[in-house]
Design a protein around this ligand. Structure first.
Ligand code: BGC
Ligand code: IFM
Length: 811
């Protein structure tokens, strides 16, 4: 069952009922100011940091769901309704929500009045613009009232939802014409404030939630709306809100727009201006003035559209499969941008208050983002690398505002350092910008201890190489990619996190997955060394990689697949000899991607084992059999109910690894099948089972062992986005950036007749036409660039600004 449809021409997903199985959301914002907005106009806004600079409130976990948002009430006599249905939930005569690239438009109609709510964050400005247009589609004049409603958050979202003894006394506002200033300070001495304005003098306002809603009422039935008049309240403490009342008469056929702006503004340094209680409003006034007229809003929307056109033109596919084209050309890349911006901080599943930027997560996000805005990728790499410790290990997370390592979580996830090599390698292959390797980057953000980025990579590799266990495999530390595989935990007390550092951490558990990473990214590091003329170092690293490969093929091999790990007692994890958790997906994907076992048939054997033991109609399970018992020696993984999350859920993130591995093994049909099975557009028809948005990936789909097999959770912020784009663009379509140029090596279903891709690479445009009349899955017979044969299969970077016509004949 579907709840909408894709409009590829406009690059939108159009939702046709407000009653989606779960809120289906979109992200507004490109750089600093962000809003989450659902198909019923729920959501919230923040500036840069969803925890510390939260503009509006959102209550997770409440019923009814999705209660707070970017709300408008239309009062039409006794009938009160919202264009997005919530929170009043008056049945609408028509409803439509269009989620587009950086904007959302919700249209609702009731009794001949049509309302259109357009929301976006303009480029280069710290605000959300909402244009609300009312249209009288009937033959009679109509007198209505429009009320806006946002509930301010007192900046620090954690404190806001916990520290009531303080917060009930701190709220402060000011009203000036159409502008409502939320100027509560959060111990920062009013260095910033929020403004919620409308482009005309309103007929009323409220800033006290209690006054607007009325006693014992909620947003589904505000008293002020019921009465048709705001109270003019000025909040002192309690819950400050922003409400405008606009009385509107519309002649038959008349259309009127109202432009609202919710903005974040920083005051000039305090000593230069006034006393406590005063905010400096000129910047806010200027901001409101930038969106006071429809022409200004139209221009800002056009600029946003042009920005996205420019970005998406950098990689575009015509394959003849409309689902594939729409995912590659629109939604995969869009999700890559969102994960780059958000890391794992703010979604409808991530509260924005928990994690900062993940070291591992952000490194992987870059893999799918680097082709879009290489300059921002460069800065992100330098920020991440600056949190690395001098011994090569790293903080697991860092704070987006301070860019400092997160002390609460600390370090010890031993895969982290190698992801730094992964993203730097991707950046170099994309841009050829070797200067980044010579940037001086601090260790642990200490300016007195810096080294060139290349040295950071060296230490990343050195950390793994110097932390091996009894089987010659890398020590896992607190966990590797699988956060819940905590093999060094023996003595957690009830209620304690499994991931704490401390004496319970044993030193010996080993990870075959990290070993696979070492082979893959060690190999890429050796390539970088060779590219930089460090041939001796390249040789030495290759020798270490060979040693690691031998360890994988030795104690890391189980007989029909790669083992997952060794626990702290030296027992294998992910082995036929285990009662549960005999086979895991991660080492099969990573080791084969790294090339391990390709020459002796073991890679294919591992992939066949995946097919045999882990395949389901909704994707590949993380492990089998699911843990039904709690295993102290394995940690959090066995605490999940069977079929959920890391305990045998379909973790979308590592499905593309298998698809990439299938490409490495040359099986394009199977690679595409693995891609297709978890790909949202192909699941649209089963939205009632899948339940999350059909235009983006979710982190997890419940596995075969779960009651709700096929139900997805945790949409949007997942490494699946980046890895899927890497998989489809570089492995399946085979357009591979290398240090020396673009290599074309597709691995597609034999029945796919060919495709064309337009790809911007190092400033030049490549028009690549792949012909598979031969009906093969892999293999290139010849490549020509502008008619000239390309002998070694790599197209050297063409001068920026030129266009290269590439013909690829498979066979
Ligand atoms: C979740 C994992 C997640 C981890 C993050 C765990 O509770 O199950 O999926 O990676 O928290 O720290
Ligand atoms: O690898 C992690 C990721 O960093 C956060 N989400 C879950 C993944 C698997 O545990």
């Amino acid at each position: 069952m579907r709840y909408g449809y894709f409009d590829d021409e406009n690059r939108e997903y159009v939702i046709t009922t407000p009653r989606t199985p779960l809120p289906w959301i979109n992200y507004l914002g490109s750089e600093d100011f962000f809003s989450l907005v659902s198909n019923t106009a729920g959501g919230y806004s923040f500036y840069r940091d969803a925890k510390l600079l939260r503009l509006t409130r959102y209550r997770y976990n409440s019923a009814p769901a999705d209660g707070e948002g970017h709300r408008f009430y239309i009062r039409d006599g006794a009938c009160v309704w919202n264009p997005g249905w919530q929170p009043v939930r008056t049945e609408l005569d028509s409803y439509r929500c269009r989620h587009g690239l950086g904007y959302t438009v919700i249209e609702g109609a009731k009794n001949g009045i049509e309302a259109k709510q357009e929301m976006f964050v303009p480029l280069g400005d710290a605000c959300e613009v909402i244009r609300l247009t009312l249209h009288n589609a009937g033959a009679e004049p109509r007198a209505l009232q429009l009320f806006s409603y946002v509930e301010f958050c007192l900046w620090n979202a954690v404190d806001d939802s916990t520290n009531f003894q303080r917060n009930y006394s701190t709220g402060e506002v000011e009203v000036e014409g159409g502008a409502i200033y939320h100027k509560t300070e959060y111990r920062e001495r009013r260095s910033h404030y929020a403004v919620f304005g409308v482009n005309r003098t309103p007929d009323g306002f409220d800033t006290s939630r209690d006054a607007f809603l009325g006693p014992y009422r909620g947003p589904a039935g505000p008293l002020a709306v019921e009465r048709g008049t705001c109270t003019g309240s000025i909040a002192h403490g309690w819950a400050p809100v922003g409400v405008h009342q606009l009385n509107v008469t519309l002649a038959p056929g008349e259309r009127r727009s109202f432009i609202f702006v919710l903005g974040y503004v920083e005051n000039p340094p305090r000593e230069k201006w006034a006393a406590p209680g005063v905010v400096e409003k000129s910047r806010a006034r200027a901001m409101l003035a930038r969106y006071a007229a429809d022409t200004q809003v139209d221009a800002a929307l056009a600029a946003l559209a042009a920005y996205w056109n420019g970005l998406l033109a950098r990689f575009s596919l015509r394959s003849g499969d409309e689902k594939l084209d729409r995912m590659v050309n629109i939604w995969h890349q869009y999700q890559c941008m969102v994960t780059f911006n958000m890391s794992r901080s703010a979604s409808y599943y991530e509260s924005g208050t928990g994690r900062g930027m993940g070291f591992r997560d952000s490194c992987q996000d870059l893999l799918g983002f680097v082709h879009l805005v290489p300059g921002r990728a460069r800065q992100r790499i330098l920020d991440i690398a600056a949190t690395q410790f001098a011994d090569g290990s790293s903080y697991h997370q860092y704070q987006p505002l301070t860019k400092k390592g997160n002390l609460d979580v600390g370090s010890g996830f031993n895969d982290d350092p190698l992801w730094l090599i992964a993203c730097v390698s991707a950046y170099l292959r994309e841009t050829g910008d070797r200067s980044i390797l010579y940037e001086e980057v601090p260790f642990d953000c200490r300016e007195e201890d810096t080294a060139p980025l290349m040295e950071h990579l060296r230490r990343s590799l050195g950390f793994t190489a110097s932390h091996k266990g009894p089987h010659g495999l890398p020590l896992i530390g607190r966990a590797d990619w699988n956060d819940c595989l905590n093999l060094n935990c023996f003595s957690s007390e009830p209620g304690e996190s499994f991931q704490t550092t401390g004496p319970s951490e044993g030193p010996v558990a080993e990870s075959v997955f990290i070993a696979g990473m070492f082979v893959k990214y060690g190999g890429e590091y050796a390539d970088i060394c060779a590219w930089e003329g460090l041939s001796q170092e390249a040789r030495a690293v290759r020798a270490q990689v060979d040693e690691m490969t031998a360890a994988i093929l030795g104690p890391g091999w189980d007989g029909a697949w790669f083992r997952r790990a060794y626990d702290a007692n030296g027992r294998p994890v992910g082995s036929a000899e285990c009662a549960e958790g005999k086979i895991y997906i991660e080492p099969q994907g990573m080791c084969v991607m790294a090339g391990v076992g390709l020459s002796d048939g073991r890679a294919l054997q591992a992939l066949e084992s995946v097919r045999r033991h882990l395949d389901t109609e909704y994707g590949i399970l993380l492990l089998q059999p699911a843990y039904t018992q709690y295993h102290l020696e394995l940690g959090e993984i066995s605490s999940y109910p069977p079929g959920y999350k890391e305990n045998a859920g379909i973790f979308c993130h590592n499905n593309p690894w298998i698809s990439c591995a299938e490409c490495a093994a040359g099986r394009g049909g199977r690679a595409f099948e693995v891609y297709r099975r978890t790909c949202p557009a192909y699941l649209e028809e089963i939205s009632e089972i899948h339940r999350t948005e059909p235009y983006v990936y979710s982190q997890m789909i419940a596995g075969r062992d779960a009651a709700a097999f096929g139900e997805a959770k945790n949409s949007w912020l997942t490494g699946t986005a980046a890895w899927t784009f890497v998989n489809i663009s570089q492995y399946i379509l085979g357009i591979q950036p290398t240090l020396d140029g673009l290599r074309i090596a597709p691995c597609i279903p034999a029945a796919m007749p060919g495709f064309t891709v337009t790809r911007t690479y190092r400033g030049a445009v490549y028009e690549i036409a792949v012909d598979n009349a031969a009906g093969v899955e892999k293999g290139v017979k010849c490549i020509t660039a502008d008619g000239a044969p390309c002998v070694d299969g790599i197209l050297p970077a063409a001068p920026a600004g030129t266009t290269v016509h590439v013909k690829v004949t498979m066979g």
